[in-house]
Unconditional design. Structure first.
Length: 384
């Protein structure tokens, strides 16, 4: 079986890379699949292509007609050349098909690939639309996903909302499976909670509107006044420059700005090191439809880390996890609730270990990547 992954680099990159790597890497390690990777520069993060024949980086600009032709030409050639004769060939497209990806998907379909769509967001409720091209991409995604029964062989939904929505599009619901965010417990080790003066709160993400970072920054501003030996550590890469700039303007005007540190976008090794140095992990969201229809990409990793986790109670979060046992759940858009949760840990630091142990158990029982990798392989085997 050969799988060609479209959109994100498989072994290094942003949240999408982690999503797909957790599902495909166990199959690669067990020699169950061969793989190829056609990824976009804008999704690469810090990943550098090493010139491997089965990996290609492509990108285009809507302002340059020649770049669009090169993008399509190079992509079509790669898709055609990577097809393995005498094998089942699968075309795994990460995220909602749109104007950028639909022609590649249809071309792969015409060449005999079975098409898998991994849908992680509901474009119909997108909250951050930066520029005309992103507007077109999102609007086209709403249209093309509804046509999925005509070209897709398997649909994956990351949340129960998306699973239900996709099930309503297709006639054969066996073509739709639910696979939540997953975590590789062999790579995310338990970080011991050592005794130290400074308590570090960690956020990693895309700095989008749905992330509700203004409430986290507001809560930390209050917290830092009461507990000066606290730091807020931020990592990630903004998907929207406008949203990203707004958050950093807010930070610059915060009284606690000197205690807020942005580490930028980190590679896997540095990211894990940053996790090990922090004590409380935070997953904030606002109460928008966008926040309630997907699932926080970092939550499973945070739970597996062996430290305390504070998360907004949106979407599937409170359905899959038990508040005050697995983690501390807080209402979305509530600075006071975030402040109270952080304060509890600062007043009783044994809670870091308590929630850390419970979170690790929850991560293993609910989000273990190997369980869902096996499920995906079973479903891929059934595609005819």
């Amino acid at each position: 079986m050969h799988v060609l992954l479209l959109g994100v680099p498989l072994f290094e990159g942003m949240a999408g890379s982690v999503r797909v790597r957790n599902l495909l890497d166990p199959l690669i390690q067990e020699d169950k699949i061969e793989w190829s990777n056609l990824y976009f520069s804008k999704q690469a993060g810090n990943y550098q292509n090493k010139g491997e024949a089965h990996v290609m980086e492509v990108e285009m600009s809507m302002k340059s007609i020649p770049s669009i032709f090169r993008f399509l030409r190079d992509s079509f050639r790669f898709i055609k050349s990577r097809k393995v004769a005498g094998s089942k060939n699968l075309f795994y497209a990460y995220d909602t098909p749109d104007l950028k990806t639909i022609f590649l998907i249809l071309y792969a379909k015409s060449k005999g690939y079975k098409v898998i769509l991994d849908i992680v967001e509901d474009n119909s409720v997108a909250s951050s639309i930066d520029g005309l091209w992103n507007w077109l991409r999102i609007k086209s995604g709403q249209y093309f996903v509804n046509l999925a029964p005509y070209y897709a062989d398997l649909l994956i939904g990351i949340s129960h909302h998306l699973h239900k929505k996709l099930s309503g599009i297709v006639k054969d619901i066996s073509k739709v499976i639910y696979i939540p965010v997953t975590v590789d417990l062999q790579k995310i080790k338990v970080f011991e909670a050592g005794k130290k003066e400074t308590i570090k709160i960690f956020y990693g993400g895309s700095f989008g509107k749905k992330d509700g970072l203004e409430y986290l920054i507001g809560a930390f501003n209050k917290l830092n006044k009461v507990y000066p030996s606290t730091e807020l550590i931020l990592t990630g890469k903004g998907e929207s420059k406008k949203d990203f700039d707004q958050i950093f303007t807010l930070i610059q005007h915060s009284e606690a700005s000197k205690s807020i540190k942005y580490l930028g976008f980190l590679n896997s090794e540095d990211y894990l090191a940053a996790l090990g140095d922090c004590d409380i992990f935070c997953v904030t969201r606002n109460n928008s439809l966008a926040a309630n229809t997907g699932f926080p990409s970092k939550l499973a990793e945070f739970l597996a880390s062996g430290k305390a986790v504070v998360a907004s109670d949106v979407g599937d979060v409170g359905k899959l996890l038990v508040g005050d046992r697995d983690l501390m759940l807080v209402p979305p858009e509530n600075e006071d609730a975030l402040f109270d949760a952080f304060s509890r840990v600062l007043e009783d630091r044994s809670l870091i270990e308590k929630y850390g142990k419970a979170g690790r158990i929850a991560a293993r029982e609910i989000f273990d990547n190997r369980k869902y990798s096996s499920l995906l392989f079973e479903r891929m085997n059934c595609l005819t």
